[in-house]
Structure formats: structure tokens, C-alpha cells
Ligand binder design. Structure first.
Ligand code: COA
Length: 330
């Protein structure tokens, strides 16, 4: 069976930078608390009128440029996103239109912080089976417009940022490419990290009463998320290794979803790795949900952290709970 290979990577973030000091002016928090608990120093937030699709199109154009292909070569668009511009349709449809892709199929995957790996896995299957030859896979999010930036919402609002990353998948003609993907979920934890409204189980989907109660804001049981994340990340990385008969010595870089520096440090400790084996850029972007892995991949390449023939592992954990990994030979 043929293998899919990443032939172009790109990312984009909004221009507006929000530092921890900026947050200190909005709520009762401190740079010291945020840096010590999360490793985050600043994040990018959209400005009025800027949507997820705007970031997605910029990231996609950068990936297309790197792959040196014309957008019309794309025959499938898959976007991992929790935060489509509108309730429906999805970002994929907007992206498909903005790239002038005629009637090419496009859709969104809602798998929170694991969405990019879920989307990558779908693109991989389409290439493997010969149903597609060039797939645009995107992770794109605008979380900032959903956050409660008062002191009441500080446990969540200091964590998240906006951004997008994109890759082009094409058939590989050698032994490089996506070696495996592993996807998991455990829906019993859905309320540990969730956003209740607007929702189809309410009529109207969002009422003034719900707004007054703050039910439109994402909520999280931080400790429960942390506890599960530091178990599932190492587990799904080991699963990728075993499936490919590899050991950690064969892996030059692990790119974890950028949830929290302390989670990455715990993953490194559990795997017996030094932190330089795990990519981190959370200090600049915060947690960009489904966008964090392709943004990190894009920066890892720019920083020359990945070379031809290297084995790397992408790994994610997030709301749902969902978790996933992808092993890639570059
Ligand atoms: N600034 C200042 N204080 C804050 C704060 C903020 N932004 N957010 C919460 N606090 C306060 C709380 O009100 C609480 O105060 P209290 O003890 O007086 O009640 C205290 O800090 C909690 O501190 P602590 O128990 O040390 O928090 P923590 O070590 O559990 O860290 C998280 C909180 C959210 C950083 C941590 O639980 C975490 O990283 N969880 C995983 C989050 C994550 O990655 N989610 C996304 C997954 S995809």
C-alpha cells in the first residue's frame, strides 16, 4: 500500500500579541503564576472581524508555497477545528472556496486538541487507498473570542491562543512518510473540558439567561485534564513506537500538542528523555488547540530540528477526552 508524505508545511498567527502583563491588566493574575504553572509568556489573539478561516487560508498558502504546488492540485481538504467561523458550515468549506477548489470535498473534524492528528490520519487513509493524491490538512483555531477574560475565567483564559498550521500530503515514492497513526477517545470525560453553549440541545441555543450564567465559556477541571494527559501522552507515544518496531533512540524529535510546559516536562520524565527531545514553543503561542501541532511542526522545520530520514512522533491529548499519535519518517 502506498504511503503518504508531508511535502509542505506552513503556519500563521494573528498579529496581535497578548503578553502575560497585558492579562494582568484584564484580570487578577500574574506573569509569575502563568509562567510557573504553564510556561506561557505570550499568545496571539485575533482582532475584531478576523476568523479561523483567515488564519487557515494564510497557513495553507504557506504550506502550498513550500510544497511548490498549485492549489488546484488539491483533491481533498480536511480541517481539524473546534472553532469554525460560523456554527455551520465548517472552515473546510470556506477554505475550499477561498482556494478556488471548484467542487473538491472539504470538511471539519471536531476532536479538540487531537484534531490535527485525527485530520492527518484521515488524509493518510485517502492517500493510502488511492482516493486522493494531494490532501490539504489544516489545524486552525480562534479560541480568544470564547474566553472569559475576567478574574472568574482566569484559569482558562490565560492558557489559550489563536493560530493555524497546515500540511500538504502527497504519495511517497520511497520509505519516508507517515508510518502510522493511532487515535483514541474516552467520552465519559467530556465535561472535564467542555463548552456547553450554544448547543442544539437548547432552544434557543443560546439565551440571555445562559449568557448571564457564563455557560458560553469553556470550562475545565485542570487537575483531571493534567492527570489524564500525562498518562495518555506517553502511552500513545509508546503505541506508535511498538507499531513500527522502533525505540525512543530511533526518534529524533517528539512534537507534543502544546498544552502546558509542565505536561511536556512530565511526558519527558516518564519517557526518560531530556527536554531537548520534545519540541516546545508554548511560551510564544499558548495552547492553540488543534493548531498547535502543525504550528510546532512548521517552526521545528524552520529551526532545522528535523532532517531528511529522521523519525519523529506527533502526539496530542485534549477535550473529549481524545488523544492520538502519528509516527513520521521525514
Ligand atoms: N492566575 C492566578 N491564579 C490563578 C489563575 C490565574 N490565571 N488560575 C487559577 N488561579 C488560582 C486558582 O483560583 C486557585 O486558587 P486557590 O488555591 O486560592 O483556590 C489556584 O490558582 C490553583 O492553583 P494550583 O492548584 O497551583 O493550580 P494548578 O497547579 O492545578 O494549575 C493549571 C492549574 C490549569 C495550570 C493545571 O491544572 C493544568 O495545567 N491543567 C491542564 C490544563 C491543560 O493543559 N488544558 C488543556 C489540555 S488540552
Amino acid at each position: 500500500m502506498r504511503r503518504a508524505k508531508i511535502t509542505g508545511v506552513g503556519h500563521a498567527v494573528p498579529e496581535r500579541v497578548i503578553t502575560n502583563r497585558d492579562l494582568e491588566k484584564m484580570m487578577d493574575t500574574s506573569n509569575e503564576w502563568i509562567v510557573s504553572r504553564t510556561g506561557i509568556e505570550e499568545r496571539h489573539w485575533v482582532t475584531e472581524g478576523e476568523g479561523t478561516s483567515d488564519l487557515a487560508i494564510r497557513a495553507s498558502r504557506n504550506a502550498l508555497h513550500q510544497a511548490e504546488i498549485d492549489p488546484r492540485e488539491i483533491d481533498l481538504v480536511v480541517v481539524g477545528s473546534l472553532t469554525s467561523d460560523y456554527f455551520f458550515p465548517g472552515v473546510g468549506n470556506q477554505l475550499q472556496d477561498k482556494l478556488g477548489l471548484d467542487t473538491v470535498p472539504s470538511f471539519d473534524i471536531k476532536a479538540a486538541c487531537s484534531a490535527f492528528i485525527y485530520a492527518l490520519s484521515i488524509g493518510d487513509q485517502f492517500i493510502k487507498t488511492g482516493q486522493a493524491n494531494t490532501v490539504l490538512v489544516v489545524g486552525a483555531e480562534v479560541q480568544s473570542t470564547a474566553l472569559d477574560i475576567s478574574t472568574e475565567g482566569r484559569d482558562m483564559s490565560v492558557l489559550f491562543g489563536d493560530g493555524a498550521g497546515a500540511v500538504i500530503l502527497q504519495p511517497s515514492n520511497d520509505d519516508t512518510g507517515i508510518l502510522s497513526t493511532h487515535l483514541h477517545s474516552e467520552g465519559k470525560y467530556l465535561k472535564e473540558l467542555w463548552c456547553e453553549a450554544p448547543a442544539s440541545r437548547f432552544n434557543p441555543r443560546l439565551s440571555p439567561e445562559m449568557l448571564a450564567e457564563g455557560r458560553q465559556y469553556p470550562k475545565m477541571n485542570g487537575r483531571e485534564v493534567f492527570r489524564n494527559a500525562v498518562t495518555r501522552f506517553p502511552e500513545v507515544i509508546q503505541e506508535a513506537l511498538e507499531a513500527n518496531h522502533l525505540t525512543l533512540d530511533d526518534i529524533s524529535l517528539i512534537i507534543p500538542h502544546q498544552a502546558n510546559l509542565r505536561i511536556s516536562q512530565m511526558i519527558a520524565k516518564k519517557l526518560g528523555l531530556s527536554m531537548d527531545r520534545l519540541f516546545s514553543n508554548i511560551h510564544k503561542y499558548g495552547n492553540t488547540t488543534g493548531a498547535s501541532i502543525p504550528i510546532a511542526l512548521s517552526e521545528a522545520l524552520t529551526e532545522d530540528r528535523i532532517h531528511s530520514g529522521d523519525n519523529i512522533i506527533l502526539a496530542a491529548f485534549g477535550s473529549g477526552f481524545t488523544w492520538a499519535s502519528a509516527a513520521i519518517r521525514w
